[in-house]
Ligand binder design. Structure first.
Ligand SMILES: CC(C)(COP(=O)(O)OP(=O)(O)OC[C@H]1O[C@@H](n2cnc3c(N)ncnc32)[C@H](O)[C@@H]1OP(=O)(O)O)[C@@H](O)C(=O)NCCC(=O)NCCS
Length: 172
């Protein structure tokens, strides 16, 4: 990857840059997501600024070029899990390894969170690029919901994926 690449959690000062990138994701890559701007009209940073609720940014020079959010579940019996969401790299940078670098860093940071055991996410079955990215970093699909998302007259399946962190899952 480019030497000018910087990966770091976003702060409130990054909110304007985040908004611009997320609006781009929602408008230019609408077919890649199950959510739309009308579902969540506020396109600002969706997480807190803590160790287990954060949004990681990939900066190329001064420009925010990639984003991915991690949100740990808060219920007592679900706190071993965290959701990965809102993954996007700026139009024109796809295929350059940025997405993989970003998610690899997100996993490393997740592994540092005490008693966090697994990451989970949802991806549209039509989004092969994202599926390959996640699979190449150890996520595996464990369920497929038929016709999960509706785009006008077209229905698309959704794949649920998970990745265990340091510890192996308990044998059943
Ligand atoms: C999905 C996305 C984040 C991937 O990021 P990226 O920077 O393009 O991906 P990378 O270059 O890091 O490649 C990661 C993996 O994706 C796969 N990939 C990359 N380009 C691909 C292409 N053109 N076609 C199919 N798979 C591709 C490869 O398996 C690659 O792994 P490898 O290098 O070990 O072969 C990015 O393309 C994106 O923002 N897409 C639109 C929004 C989106 O789909 N978000 C995810 C919603 S769940």
């Amino acid at each position: 990857m480019n030497n000018d690449l910087l990966l770091r959690p976003l702060t409130p000062a990054d909110d304007a840059a985040y908004r611009a990138l997320w609006v781009e994701a929602m408008t230019r890559h609408a077919q890649s997501f199950s959510t739309s701007l009308s579902d969540a009209p506020d396109p600002g940073i969706p997480t807190q600024y803590t160790d287990d609720s954060f949004t990681l940014g990939a900066f190329l020079g001064d420009h925010l070029a990639g984003i991915a959010s991690l949100q740990r579940d808060t219920d007592e019996r679900l706190r071993h899990k965290a959701l990965v969401s809102r993954v996007f790299v700026r139009t024109g940078t796809e295929g350059s390894g940025l997405g993989k670098t970003l998610i690899r860093e997100l996993i490393l940071r997740a592994e540092a969170i005490s008693e966090l055991r697994q990451l989970y996410l949802k991806v549209l079955a039509s989004n092969e690029r994202a599926q390959r990215l996640y699979a190449s970093l150890g996520f595996r699909g464990y369920a497929r919901e038929p016709d999960a998302v509706r785009f006008g007259e077209r229905f698309v399946d959704e794949i649920q994926m998970l990745r265990f962190l340091r510890r192996e899952p308990r044998q059943q």
